[in-house]
Design a protein around this ligand. Structure first.
Ligand SMILES: NC(=O)c1ccc[n+]([C@@H]2O[C@H](COP(=O)([O-])OP(=O)(O)OC[C@H]3O[C@@H](n4cnc5c(N)ncnc54)[C@H](O)[C@@H]3O)[C@@H](O)[C@H]2O)c1
Length: 262
C-alpha cells in the first residue's frame, strides 16, 4: 500500500532530539528518507541509526551549525548526494533563554537571532531554489505561541520566532504558484529535553513548593488538561508536509492543547 511520504526526502534541523526527532520518526513510518541535521553531530548520527533500525528507512545524521552558511551549504550537498533532492524541510533547531529583557545583553540577542531566524534563512536560501525548480516542496518552521502573545522572560526568543513567522508568510506569497508551500507550527509547552531543561532551572531557582504550585497553575491554563507530547506536534507537522496540504500556505497552526486561541 502506498504510504504518505513514499519517495520523499525530508531534512529536519534540530532533528537529533525532541520535536524534530518525533517528526522524523513519524515521517519515516510514512515512507520518507530522513536527514537529521543538528549541531550535536553525535546525537544526530545516533538518532539516525536508531530511526533506520526501528523503521527500516534510509536515515543519515549530519553535524551542522545552522548559523554557518558554509556548514549549511555543505550539509545540503551531502544530503542531496546521499538521499536525493530535498522535498520537505522542517526547521526545528532552536535554543531557549530564560531572562528578563532588562537583563539581556546584545550577545544573547545575537545568538538567539542567529539560531532561530538567521539559521532558517540560510537553509531556505539553500533549499528553496531546488524546490521551486522541481515544482514541489513543503517547508514547516517551528515557532512558538510566545511570538503571537508575548511572554515574560522570553522576549528575544519570542522576537526571533515572530521574525520566522513574518519570513515564512512573505516567502509563501513569493513562491505560491510554484508548488512549494511554507507554514508555521506553533507549539504550546511540549515535554521535550528543551522544556525539561528550562523546568529544571526554574525548579532550582524557585524551590520545590513554589515550583509545584507553578506546575498546577500552568496545567490549569491548558483546557485539555495536559502538557503536549512531541508526537502531538509531529502529527501537525506531518500533515502540513503531506500532499494533502497543498492548498495550505503562509499559515500559523498553533498546536497547544487550547492554551491560547489567537
Ligand atoms: N518544547 C517546547 O515546549 C516548545 C514550545 C514552543 C516552541 N518550541 C519550538 O519547537 C522546536 C523544537 O523544540 P524542542 O523542544 O524539540 O527542542 P530541543 O532542544 O529538544 O531540540 C532542538 C535541537 O536543536 C539543536 N540545535 C540547537 N542549536 C543548533 C544550531 N545552531 N544548529 C543546528 N542545530 C541546533 C539542538 O542540538 C537540539 O537537538 C524549536 O524550534 C522550539 O523553539 C518548543
Amino acid at each position: 500500500m502506498a504510504q504518505r511520504f513514499d519517495g520523499k526526502v525530508a531534512l529536519i534541523t534540530g532533528g537529533a532530539r525532541g520535536i524534530g526527532y518525533a517528526t522524523a520518526r513519524m515521517m519515516a513510518q510514512g515512507g520518507a528518507k530522513l536527514a537529521l541535521v543538528d549541531i550535536n553531530g553525535e546525537q544526530a548520527v545516533a538518532s539516525a541509526a536508531k530511526l533506520a533500525a526501528e523503521t527500516g528507512t534510509q536515515a543519515i545524521g549530519v553535524k551542522t551549525d545552522v548559523t554557518s552558511e558554509a556548514d549549511v551549504l555543505a550539509m545540503v550537498q551531502t544530503v542531496t548526494e546521499k538521499l536525493g533532492a530535498v522535498d520537505i524541510y522542517v526547521s526545528s533547531a532552536a535554543v531557549l533563554d530564560d531572562k528578563l529583557f532588562l537583563d539581556s545583553k546584545p550577545a544573547d540577542w545575537h545568538r538567539m537571532i542567529d539560531v532561530c531566524l538567521y539559521g532558517p534563512m540560510l537553509c531556505l536560501h539553500a533549499l528553496l531554489p531546488g524546490m521551486v525548480k522541481r515544482g514541489y516542496g513543503r517547508v514547516i518552521c517551528l515557532a512558538s505561541d510566545s511570538a503571537r502573545l508575548g511572554q515574560a522572560r522570553l522576549s528575544y526568543y519570542a522576537a526571533a520566532k515572530g521574525g520566522v513567522i513574518a519570513l515564512v508568510k512573505s516567502i509563501a506569497q513569493e513562491v505560491g504558484k510554484s508548488g512549494v508551500t511554507l507554514n508555521i507550527v506553533s507549539p504550546g509547552a511540549t515535554n521535550t529535553e528543551l522544556r525539561m531543561e528550562r523546568e529544571a532551572s526554574m525548579r532550582a531557582q524557585m524551590g520545590e513548593e513554589k515550583y509545584q504550585r507553578r506546575v498546577q497553575t500552568v496545567l490549569r491554563m491548558y483546557p485539555t488538561g495536559r502538557i503536549g507530547e512531541p508526537d502531538d506536534i509531529a502529527a501537525a507537522i506531518s500533515f502540513l508536509a503531506s500532499g494533502e496540504a497543498s492548498w495550505i500556505t503562509g499559515q500559523v497552526m498553533s498546536v497547544n492543547g487550547g492554551f491560547a486561541m489567537p
